[in-house]
Design a protein around this ligand. Structure first.
Ligand SMILES: Cc1cc2nc3c(=O)[nH]c(=O)nc-3n(C[C@H](O)[C@H](O)[C@H](O)COP(=O)(O)OP(=O)(O)OC[C@H]3O[C@@H](n4cnc5c(N)ncnc54)[C@H](O)[C@@H]3O)c2cc1C
Length: 305
């Protein structure tokens, strides 16, 4: 085993991809993830060619492509069925950029990335939440809630938009940062069987209604991922998260209230039959200047920065 241990905080997207690159270069990455069991996460991601290109380098793109299908078009629509604009550009992505654009279920991507790490024999520690970082001349020590400390040569903060690594690095520079700003918008997302009317073309569709936006795209031959964005006065995390089977019906009715009068009936059809509904807030962060992205033995990557 290499002497150079790299402590990677977060096993979302950036963390496992970096761990793969480092392991293959002879480093010893250790991935720490605060969630106690990786897998069940969010709804979906639309992976653009640049994202799939990176996943190709870590051997995961092929698996994504097997389960999904390339995007053929973008369509922007009004709630009364009018077409605001459309483009066939995604059809040229593979020839232009080497990869298509493709929707993927987030849970499946997370599990593919975790399996990739297991196959590479990377040490992944679930249920390890970073609390503090101490940097020395030649090493860095990370402290974890309920697990004590681990020392390595470098630390890479890949712990997302609410990153502890970012907060700690800024604190060491005498800067304090609170939670990310709630934008006043929430998104409720679901996965549903694809309505017949949407099967004609694998499109990413956006509907713009009065005070409501909806997006939908395929994540497999028969399943469409959708999300409704709505204004909501206060951020109330207690009401967010994954709906239980009992809550789905009530949440679905509230959403249908906003879109059932739309001329285009596909959005309502999607909302009527979700296998899963999850609600989250949309947050924003103040931009960091490049000299704040790193310290002597640490660097931030992905949403953390
Ligand atoms: C609603 C929504 C929709 C999106 N849709 C798209 C899309 O369609 N296409 C697209 O390309 N991007 C999309 N994004 C953005 C994309 O999800 C992020 O850019 C991407 O996930 C960032 O990857 P990351 O690895 O930096 O962070 P994350 O994926 O957020 O991973 C961070 C990981 O760190 C863990 N963690 C957090 N704190 C700690 C801690 N203290 N200690 C240890 N572990 C910790 C978290 O549990 C998580 O697993 C979307 C984002 C949101 C919120």
């Amino acid at each position: 085993m290499s002497e150079v241990s790299v402590l990677i905080i977060g096993c979302g997207v950036a963390g496992p991809v970096l761990a793969n690159f480092l392991k293959r270069r002879g480093y010893n990455p250790i991935v720490f993830e605060k969630v106690s069991k990786l897998g069940d996460a969010g709804a979906s991601l639309m992976l653009m060619p640049n994202g799939l290109k990176v996943l190709n380098k870590v051997g995961v793109a092929e698996k994504v492509e097997k389960g999904s299908q390339p995007l053929e078009a973008f369509q922007d629509l009004t709630s009364d069925g009018g077409l605001l604009g459309s483009s066939d550009l995604p059809q040229s992505f593979r020839s232009k950029y080497g990869e298509p654009a493709m929707g993927v279920k987030r849970t499946e991507l997370n599990l593919m990335l975790k399996t990739m790490l297991t196959e590479l024999d990377v040490d992944v520690r679930e249920g390890w939440e970073l609390e503090d970082i101490e940097e020395g001349e030649d090493s860095v020590t990370a402290h974890f809630k309920g697990h004590g400390s681990v020392t390595g040569s470098f630390l890479i903060g890949c712990d997302g938009i609410k990153a502890a690594s970012r907060r700690i690095l800024l604190r060491k520079r005498g800067l304090s940062e609170g939670l990310p700003d709630f934008t006043g918008l929430t998104q409720t997302a679901g996965l549903s069987p694809t309505p017949q009317a949407l099967k004609t073309r694998h499109s990413m569709r956006n509907w713009f209604g009065e005070g409501v936006h909806m997006i939908a795209y395929p994540v497999s031959p028969d399943v469409t991922s959708w999300a409704l964005t709505l204004p909501e006065g206060e951020g109330n995390e207690a009401d967010w998260g994954l709906c239980s089977a009992q809550e789905i019906a009530a949440r679905r009715e509230k959403l249908l209230d906003k879109i059932s009068s739309w001329k285009d009936k596909s959005p309502a059809e999607l909302v009527q039959k979700p296998s899963r509904i999850i609600k989250f807030g949309i947050f924003d962060r103040t931009e960091m200047s490049p000299n704040q992205w790193y310290s002597r033995r640490c660097v931030l990557v992905g949403d953390a920065v």
